[in-house]
Design a protein. Sequence first.
Length: 461
Amino acid sequence: MEPRSFEGDADRPRPSDHQPTGRAIVIGPYLRARRGDPDPQAEIHAQRSSQARLEEAAGLALAIDLTVAEAILAPISQIRPATYLGKGKVEEILGSIKAHEADLVVMDCALSPIQQRNLEKAWGAKVLDRTGLILEIFGRRAKTKEGALQVELAHLNYQRSRLVRSWTHLERQRGGFGFMGGPGETQIEADRRLIGDRISKIENEIKKVQGTRRLHRAGRQRVPYRVVALVGYTNAGKSTLFNRLTRADVQAADMLFATLDPTLRALHLPHGGKAMLSDTVGFISNLPTQLVAAFRATLEEVLEADLILHVRDIAHEDADAQQDDVSAVLRQLGIDPEAGGGGRIIEVWNKIDQFASDELDNLRNIAARRDPEHPCLLVSAVTGEGVDALLLAIEDRLAAARITLDLSIDASDGAGVSWLHRNTEVLEKELQDGRFAMTVRVDPTKRDTVISRFGAVLHPE
Ligand SMILES: Nc1nc2c(ncn2[C@@H]2O[C@H](COP(=O)(O)OP(=O)(O)OP(=O)(O)O)[C@@H](O)[C@H]2O)c(=O)[nH]1
């Protein structure tokens, strides 16, 4: 397989011997199809998806400012316990490392600490596996204080489990977690102690930040807006759609994980109603489980959303695999995508501007045949096509659900009380000091009226 070069960097000044070059080789190992596989296409299939994975891994490396000198697919027949790859492959890659003067190798797989150490010795270069790479990216992209703390905690736990190499020193370099350098093995014991201390400190800080967050959330609940959350594979176009829907200016970058923490903005619905739209972290295949756990808190918006928009890059060759990955993360969060998230999920097939008109017709036919439990809408966040229909669908879905509100009304306001009886479902009504304290369930079309006319607030769950 021809190696691929991702970024020419010829004009860059040559670094001195002691400085990291920032040049990386990305390796995509994949298990070769078995000989005698009844499906002759199996090897080709294995290669094709591995090639897409490799390109994604190279994209991730670029996202942390590495120069990807070469990206190499590495078919293997079995995983070696000591070095993951076979001896021949290890040597072949050593040749590439020397040729490019690379000082980092990204292995797009999960390595055991032993495999990582052995490969680093064999190659004389730092080795980062997929988890390490994703942690690095998450660390750089975290926008809120809690996000940054959660990532650092996940990163420290990951480091503690594999404190065998020099890059694990706590000193940060280049804004990340410092895998590009470090003081060497003699520091390991000190590092271990430092990491332990740092972990307890961060855990305390997270508790404090979460306390503040809870207060903010409680404040928001008093303003009873429905929440619509965007989820999707990284680079699916969530931020672009978010901007399009809210006319806000959230950074949209052709860079993976441009969004890490939820961002919340007002969403104006076609018939005057209002909801809150939240943009969330981009999901990715093989998202390390410790990160899913770490981000549970930051993904609270998704868990509690009234409606989830699953944004998909429908023009991507791996669109189906990406959907499976997103579904897996949603399941880990306790949302069942197969059941349409309990009627809470709308799929948004984005980037339709990339299709020729006959392909698009085809896509529309497929969409039209979907069962109504799993609705999907076709849009282009860039051109705006389909966005009005999406807004109507959001409004419709939100209208289908009812919410519970608390209010207090002067008992002598007979007209008001009877309006409430006619237009809402009264769940509780209690007379206190000449006023009725009422809990009512309302259709969202009446919600705004009940809020503005009676000063209702959301009933606490
Ligand atoms: N052609 C086309 N490109 C789009 C469309 N929507 C988004 N993009 C591009 O896709 C890239 C990623 O878009 P983002 O909005 O940053 O994606 P995201 O899902 O928020 O990404 P993460 O933050 O990584 O989760 C950008 O280059 C966008 O310009 C679309 O409808 N059509």
